[in-house]
Design a protein. Structure first.
Length: 429
C-alpha cells in the first residue's frame, strides 16, 4: 500500500527551491573559478611558481566538479517514475562520489609533481612577486565563495551543496599554503614553493577521499547518524498505542531519509485500529523535513518469537470447521477471529444469539443452560482438531449502530461462553 504521493514529491516548493539554489550557487562558483583558474595558470607560468600552477589546476578541477553538481541537480529533480518509484535523489550521492574521485586523482597528481620537484631542488626557480599577489586574491575569493555556498546549502539542506562548499574551503586553505610557499620562495627558501604544491595535493586528495567514502556509504544504504535515529524513535514511541519498537532501519536517498519500522501494539486490537496507529506513527515521523517516506509494519508481538513462521492451519480451514460444528450444534456462526500469539494459535468463535424481546431472568438462565453445552462442544472439537491452545465461544446478544440505528455487531454485546478448550494450557491474554 503506497504511503506517499511520490508524483507530487518532486514538484514540492521545497524541492524546487533546493534545485534553484543549487543551479544559482553552482553557476556563481563556475564563473569565479573560470576567472581564478585563468589568472593562476597564466601568472603561475609567467612568475615561474609551481605552487600557483598547481592551485590553478585545482581550480580547474573545481569547474569540472561544478558541472557535475549541475548535472546531478538536474537529474535528482526528475519526478519519480515506474523504474524509480522513490525518485532520483541518489544522483546526488553518485555525484558526490564522482567529485571525490576527481579530487583524489587531482591531489595525487599534484602531490607526485611536487615530490618530483623536491627531489631536484637545483631546478627550482625563484618566483616573481606577482605570484604572491595573485595567491592572496585567490585566497580571499575562495573563502568568500565558501561562505556564500555554505549558507545556500544549509538553507536548502543539501548534502551535495555542502560538499561542494567545503570543496571551495579546501581551495582557500590550499591557496593559503600556496601563498606561504611563494612567500618563503621570495625570502630565499626556494624549496617551499614545490613543498607548498605537494601539500596542496595532499589536502585535495584527503578531501576527495572523505567525500567519496561518505557518498559510497550512502549508496550502499548506510543508516543515518545516531542523533537522527534517536529523534525518529522518540516520535514513534510518543505515538499513542505504540508499545515498543521491534525493528528500525534507515537509509539515505540523496539528502532524504527512508525509514522502515516494525512497531508493537496490543495483540488484541482490530486490524483497522492497528492501521490507524501505524498511520499516526508515520505522520509523526514525517514531520521531520529530511524524511522522504516511512513504511510502518504492525506487530502484535516481537518477530523474534517466530510465531508467524510456524505452519498454522489456514483461516479458511478453521472457519469452515467452525461453521460445520456450529450448524451441528444449532448455533449460527457470526465470525471467527484467530490470534497467532506466543507460539500458539487461539480462536474466538462468535455466534448469533436470539433476538426476541428480553425474557424473565429464569427463562434467560434456562436458555444459557442450553447454550453452554453446545458452545463447549464446539470449543472442544475445534481445539482438538487443530491443536488450538485456547478457544472462546462468544455470543452476540444485541446489535446497534451509532451512525444510523441499523443492525451491526457491538463489542459490548459479546458475552463469553464458559466453553473453553485448553489443548496446550490456558492462554495468557
Amino acid at each position: 500500500m503506497p504511503y506517499s504521493n511520490y508524483d507530487n514529491l518532486a514538484a514540492s516548493s521545497e524541492a524546487l527551491d533546493k534545485h534553484a539554489v543549487a543551479r544559482h550557487s553552482t553557476w556563481v562558483s563556475i564563473w569565479v573559478n573560470v576567472v581564478l583558474t585563468t589568472a593562476q595558470i597564466v601568472i603561475g607560468i609567467v612568475a615561474r611558481s609551481q605552487a600557483l600552477i598547481a592551485d590553478g589546476i585545482h581550480s580547474l578541477s573545481d569547474i569540472v566538479s561544478d558541472f557535475v553538481v549541475l548535472a546531478a541537480s538536474r537529474g535528482s529533480a526528475r519526478a519519480p517514475d515506474a523504474d524509480h518509484p522513490y525518485g532520483h535523489n541518489r544522483y546526488e550521492n553518485a555525484a558526490s562520489l564522482f567529485l571525490g574521485v576527481i579530487l583524489v586523482v587531482v591531489g595525487a597528481g599534484m602531490l607526485w609533481r611536487g615530490i618530483e620537484r623536491l627531489l631536484h631542488p637545483e631546478d627550482i626557480p625563484e618566483v616573481h612577486t606577482i605570484a604572491l599577489v595573485v595567491a592572496v586574491i585567490v585566497l580571499v575569493s575562495k573563502e568568500g565563495l565558501f561562505r556564500y555556498m555554505l549558507r545556500a546549502a544549509q538553507r536548502v539542506r543539501s548534502a551535495m551543496l555542502v560538499a561542494n562548499a567545503w570543496h571551495a574551503r579546501s581551495d582557500a586553505l590550499s591557496s593559503l599554503v600556496v601563498a606561504c610557499g611563494i612567500l618563503g620562495n621570495l625570502a630565499g627558501y626556494r624549496i617551499l614553493d614545490p613543498l607548498a604544491a605537494a601539500l596542496v595535493g595532499l589536502m585535495i586528495g584527503r578531501t576527495g577521499w572523505k567525500f567519496g567514502w561518505n557518498a559510497l556509504q550512502d549508496l550502499i544504504d548506510r543508516g543515518v547518524d545516531d542523533a537522527t535515529t534517536v529523534t525518529i524513535r522518540e516520535h514513534l514511541l510518543a505515538t499513542p498505542g505504540v508499545r515498543a519498537i521491534d525493528m528500525l532501519r534507515t537509509r539515505r536517498m540523496g539528502d532524504e531519509i527512508v525509514v522502515d519500522v516494525h512497531i508493537l501494539v496490543d495483540a488484541r486490537l482490530s486490524v483497522s485500529e492497528g492501521h490507524y496507529i501505524a498511520e499516526q506513527a508515520r505522520t509523526a515521523v514525517m514531520r521531520e523535513p529530511q524524511i522522504l517516506d516511512v513504511l510502518v509494519h504492525v506487530d502484535p508481538e516481537s518477530d523474534t518469537k517466530g510465531t508467524a513462521l510456524q505452519p498454522w492451519p489456514a483461516r479458511t480451514a478453521v472457519a469452515g470447521a467452525a461453521e460445520v460444528l456450529c450448524r451441528a450444534n444449532a448455533l449460527a456462526l457470526h465470525d471467527v477471529k484467530l490470534h497467532f500469539l506466543n507460539n500458539g494459535l487461539e480462536a474466538d468463535v462468535i455466534v448469533d444469539g436470539l433476538h426476541e424481546p428480553a425474557r424473565p431472568d429464569a427463562q434467560v438462565a434456562g436458555r444459557e443452560s442450553i447454550m453452554e453445552p453446545a458452545s463447549q462442544t464446539v470449543a472442544d472439537a475445534l481445539a482438538a482438531r487443530f491443536g488450538l491452545r485456547h478457544v472462546r465461544v462468544l455470543r452476540v446478544t444485541g446489535e446497534t449502530s451509532a451512525a444510523s440505528g441499523a443492525p451491526g455487531p457491538s463489542a459490548a454485546d459479546l458475552t463469553t461462553s464458559p466453553a473453553k478448550a485448553a489443548a496446550a494450557g490456558p492462554a495468557a491474554d
